[in-house]
Design a protein around this ligand. Sequence first.
Ligand code: ADP
Length: 178
Amino acid sequence: MKTFVELVQGDITQQDTEAIVNAANSSLMGGGGVDGAIHRAGGPVILTECKAIIARQGRCEPGQAVITSGGNLKARYVIHTVGPIWQGGNKGEDVILANAYRNSLQLAVKKEIKSIAFPSISTGAYRFPLDRAARIALETIKTYVIKHPLIQVRMVLFKESDLSAYQQAWALLVKNVN
Ligand code: ADP
């Protein structure tokens, strides 16, 4: 079976993919976790561009994605998407999380980006349960990549425990297909 997505342990700010994805918040003003790390590594140009986007179109709602340049990062672009805050699972969190991945991929394809790296959206400060998030992320990516095989996708997991959750989710997904 073709591997649609690469799973690695690492730091998203160090990736050499054409784009990296930021797990942002609706204000796009930077924050903690992966968001803070990306702004620190990329430099102030990213925040300047984020502010211009907010001035133009208002807040970035959960599930949406916008794009800026990558500043000092190796990646040429940063795609900022907003995941759902976990509120128990009955507030549309699953759909919003899938939208965040899908809209990021869609924006990348529109920009003719050929490689993209994602962090584990919503599973930090936003407290989305890891196994459930891993299944949704990988299902969404796989479905998308089957239709758009030119784009290479890398999931970059910060912690070893995150990497194993994604590996398990991937194994289950592949098993259910065959
Ligand atoms: P959210 O608010 O969407 O939950 P967080 O940034 O709090 O976003 O956490 C999302 C995930 O990103 C967590 O699994 C966290 O461990 C991970 N993370 C934090 N820093 C980095 C980094 N530099 N590279 C990759 N993943 C990171």
